[in-house]
Design a protein around this ligand. Structure first.
Ligand code: ATP
Ligand code: MG
Length: 158
C-alpha cells in the first residue's frame, strides 16, 4: 500500500521514545513533507523495530540515537545511528547473515537470536532497496537502507 514514510517512521520512533531509558537521547532529522512510498507496512515495521532495538540494546548511558531520512534521486535513504559499542570491521560484512552475532560472550547476556538483521535485509531487498552498515568499534554503528521513491507530480487544478 502507499504510505507516507515520514509519518510512518515518526510513529515508530514515537513508540520507542515513550519506552526508552531516560538517559538515551533521540534526534530526528526528517523531511518536513510527506514522502509516499509503496511498502508493506507490517514488514517495514519489523525491519525498523529490529534496527532500533539493536541501537538501544548496544547504546551506552547518555548515548544519542539519530534518525535520518533523506530524499534522493529515485530513492529515500533511511539511517539509524547510535553511539554504542560498535562492530569490528572484520565482522561488519556478516551481521546480515542468519544467526550471526558478533561476540558470543558479549551478546549472550543481551539476548537475541541473530536473525533480526537477516530478516531486515530480506525485506528491504524484497522492496527493491539495499541495506548496509558502517561502524567504528567503541564509537557507534550506523545502519542505512534505501527504498525506491519517485516524487509525485504536483497537480495544478487551477
Ligand atoms: P535478534 O535481532 O534476532 O533478537 P540480534 O539482535 O543479536 O538478535 P541481529 O539484529 O541480526 O541479531 O544483529 C546481529 C549482530 O550484529 C548482533 O548480535 C550484534 O552483535 C551486532 N549488532 C547489530 N546491531 C548493532 C548495533 N547497533 N551496535 C552494535 N552491534 C550491533
Ligand atoms: Mg536484533
Amino acid at each position: 500500500e502507499w504510505v507516507d514514510f515520514t509519518e510512518f517512521f515518526s510513529r515508530i520512533i514515537d513508540r520507542f521514545e515513550m519506552a526508552k531509558r531516560e538517559n538515551v537521547r533521540f534526534t530526528r532529522i526528517l523531511p518536513r513533507k510527506p514522502l509516499f512510498v509503496e511498502i508493506d507496512e507490517d514488514k517495514l515495521t519489523q525491519v525498523l523495530d529490529n534496527i532500533i532495538s539493536n541501537a538501544l540494546k548496544y547504546s551506552p548511558e547518555g548515548g544519542e540515537v539519530i534518525f535520518t531520512v533523506l530524499e534522493e534521486e529515485g530513492k529515500i535513504t533511511v539511517s539509524i545511528k547510535d553511539e554504542g559499542i560498535g562492530i569490528p570491521k572484520e565482522n561488519l560484512g556478516k551481521i546480515f547473515d542468519r544467526f550471526y552475532r558478533v561476540d558470543k560472550a558479549r551478546t549472550r547476556k543481551l539476548g537475541g537470536t541473530g536473525l533480526g538483521l537477516a530478516i531486515a535485509r530480506e525485506m528491504v531487498n524484497a522492496h527493491g532497496g539495499t541495506i548496509w552498515a558502517t561502524s567504528e568499534e567503541g564509537r557507534g554503528t550506523q545502519i542505512i537502507f534505501t527504498l525506491p521513491y519517485e516524487p509525485t507530480e504536483e497537480v495544478d487544478w487551477s
